[in-house]
Design a protein around this ligand. Structure first.
Ligand SMILES: Nc1nc2c(ncn2[C@@H]2O[C@H](COP(=O)(O)OP(=O)(O)OP(=O)(O)O)[C@@H](O)[C@H]2O)c(=O)[nH]1
Ligand SMILES: [Mg+2]
Length: 642
């Protein structure tokens, strides 16, 4: 399947999962089992599905053909070379291509001067007014082509100013050429972009070193990275630097997300060569590239982006085949989409399925009660009035004990909430911000890359100590919960699943990972950073911002724990309470006469049937979520449309 078909089927998969979640919401309402926490969790997951997008990033030294490859892969239908690609340095700023349904197609540009401000690019993205906005006329490829020339714009400034902006300039007092724009956003109604694909084009090594956000957040978060080398230059020293400093880090994080392209294989051919000789020379260079990067030969995609673009525009299938673009296309569709599916599976499906299991438990236990009561009612049929009276008495006694445990549950919940309040204070992002800012100020004082590393290490030690403090509170709370659950299980046979406790190790790992990334970056860019306070400052801010968001996540997880830790037990206990009351009522009625008893028995039968039907419906929803059936993409598209 090609990338287009795969993306469409991926989109259908997400839609059918969203449908199943909607069905589950209605089911919960019908079963009087909906709760705020569950409702919020489902809404969160629906949003994840809606917002999910796939980013494919292109990184390489300048002039390797990244932009040409993007044109060939995605934009040949325009019939022209849509994004500017030319010899020498071409793309001057990182460029994101995506589709924004809320507005007419546009190119938005962020001024390079914003680098002297403290705000991150992500922050600027929330504020459209800060960008220079240009409309794109999709009916006129020429107009778009013209507009995109902005991506190449540069300007001349003093070396001093370049330094202030954190851009590496020459050391003398002369003038330097710097990019005019810092970042570009292109919204364009292309079928793949409409399905949630984002393409990230980057300029060469210089830009990576000078825009920490690109290196530390945009590239690492991409689902696929395409590293481009060119056959006409072989693998140069700066290609190797890029590989070692940036691409390998990515590969460690996403072992299946990286593709290495050996572009411009057409340049290995000349008119005097036979096809066989040309194939041999491509093979030889592919092997050599694989050896230099210590990769398998299969991990390298030799191709010609230029030939592919021309062949696609001219609709020349033979030439397209010769360009070997399809190998890369297949890689993107197979690997990337399936690994993204796995991630969503993990994030959305697992959580919803776990919740469905809890709901199933609740209905099963209702069913168990109803069946038990049916037996009791049957038993009463043969019993004397005296025996019925006795049963009434026993049930009343049970009720008293039950109510006592209920009071106990309420007190325990109160204690648990107090402990949670402590925990929330310990991971309070505002407090973390203070630590991060303090660390940052310390680092600002000692502006050597050693100072930065030292300062970063100290701040992270501080953050880790905070996390360790939470460990004791978490343990005490878990013990308390265990005791409560055990009590209701032993004394009242209420056996509900206890939700997973807050686990701090996840955040410890994330902090460690962040620190490692930060240290790696500061080592690789130390030359660029020394004396460049603007760059160093932004780097520290990027790292600090990510540390704060780790704690934000921790806080939100503690809150989830707070609301889920006892909720299913309380729900179950309340159900039991209602059931006990209705049992008492039936017993009282039964003492009044035989007819009443028959009515009760019939009602009970009906209840049993209803509950069974609910369980069946739930099973269908579960199947739909776990393995939505999308047999044929086109059929699926039709059925979704209807
Ligand atoms: N012969 C040949 N030339 C190519 C091929 N792919 C790209 N080129 C040319 O190489 C030059 C550089 O291509 P770009 O796409 O601008 O390279 P880039 O990696 O985007 O470069 P920067 O934007 O500067 O980072 C252009 O003149 C392209 O036409 C190819 O497969 N074969
Ligand atoms: Mg380019």
């Amino acid at each position: 399947m090609n990338l287009d078909t795969q993306l469409r089927s991926y989109d259908l998969w997400k839609q059918s999962m969203a449908n199943a979640i909607h069905n589950y919401q209605s089911w919960l309402d019908d079963s009087s089992l909906s709760e705020t926490e569950t409702e919020l969790m489902l809404i969160k997951n629906l949003r994840l599905l809606e917002k999910d997008n796939i980013t494919i990033a292109f990184a390489a030294e300048f002039s390797r053909g990244k932009t040409e490859l993007i044109n060939a892969l995605f934009f040949s239908s325009a019939g022209i070379r849509l994004l500017p690609s030319s010899p020498g340095r071409t793309t001057m700023c990182p460029t994101e291509l995506f589709y924004d349904a809320k507005e007419a197609p546009y190119l938005r540009l962020l001024d390079i001067e914003t680098r002297s401000e403290d705000r991150t690019i992500d922050d600027y993205k929330q504020d459209a007014k800060q960008w220079t906005h240009m409309e794109l006329d999709c009916d006129s490829p020429e107009q778009m082509q013209d507009t995109f020339l902005e991506l190449l714009k540069t300007k001349t400034v003093s070396a001093e100013r370049a330094k202030q902006l954190g851009l590496a300039g020459s050391d003398d007092d002369g003038e330097v050429t710097i990019p005019y724009w810092r970042h570009a956003l292109i919204s364009f109604p292309h079928p793949l972009l409409e399905k949630g694909l984002t393409v990230l084009d980057t300029p060469g090594l210089n830009a990576l070193g000078s825009e920490p956000e690109l290196t530390l957040s945009m590239l690492p978060n991409a689902q696929a990275m395409i590293f481009v080398l060119a056959a006409d230059t072989d693998v140069t020293q700066s290609d190797m630097t890029m590989w070692e400093q940036h691409i390998q880090v990515y590969r460690n994080k996403h072992p299946h997300g990286l593709a290495v392209v050996l572009n411009k294989i057409d340049t290995l051919n000349d008119e005097l060569m036979s096809d066989e000789e040309w194939i041999q020379s491509i093979h030889k260079q592919t092997l050599e590239t694989a050896r230099l990067l210590s990769l398998d030969e299969q991990a390298i995609f030799p191709l010609s982006a230029k030939q592919a673009l021309i062949a696609k525009i001219k609709k020349d299938d033979d030439a397209l085949q010769t360009s070997r673009l399809s190998g890369l296309e297949n890689f993107l569709s197979d690997r990337i989409l399936s690994s993204q599916k796995e991630i969503l599976q993990h994030k959305v499906v697992d959580e919803v399925v776990e919740n469905i299991a809890l709901a199933g438990d609740a209905i099963n236990s209702r069913l168990k009660n109803v069946v038990k009561h049916a037996e009791e009612l049957d038993g009463i049929c043969d019993k004397s009035e005296e025996a019925t009276g006795e049963l009434l008495l026993v049930t009343r006694k049970e009720q008293t004990i039950y109510n006592k445990n209920l009071t106990h549950l309420k007190t325990s919940r109160h204690i648990f909430y107090t402990q949670i309040a402590d925990l929330l204070e310990a991971v309070n992002p505002a407090r973390i911000s203070d630590i991060v800012i303090e660390g940052r100020n310390q680092m600002l004082k000692s502006w050597t890359s050693f100072g930065i590393r030292q300062g970063m290490q100290n701040s992270f030690d501080g953050l880790n100590t905070l996390l360790k403090e939470t460990l004791i509170t978490t343990r005490t709370s878990t013990k308390l919960l265990d005791a409560i659950y055990k009590r209701f299980k032993d004394e009242h046979d209420i056996d509900v699943e206890q939700p997973a406790a807050f686990d701090i190790t996840i955040y410890q790992q994330q902090l460690d990972h962040l620190l490692k990334k930060g240290l790696e970056f500061s080592t690789s860019s130390s030359a660029a950073m020394t004396g460049q306070s603007a760059l160093a400052k932004r780097f520290v801010d990027t790292i600090g911002g990510q540390a704060v968001s780790i704690f934000e996540q921790a806080q939100s997880d503690v809150n989830t724990w707070k609301s889920t830790a006892l909720s299913s037990l309380i729900r179950e206990v309340n159900e039991q309470k209602t059931f006990m009351e209705s049992k008492l009522e039936s017993l009282r009625n039964v003492s009044a006469g035989r007819e009443e008893l028959d009515v009760k028995i019939a009602q009970n039968k009906q209840q049993e049937k209803d509950l069974q039907a609910k369980l069946d419906a739930l099973q269908t929803i579960l199947n739909d979520i776990q393995s939505p059936v999308i047999t044929n993409v086109d059929e699926g598209l039709r059925s979704v449309a209807s």
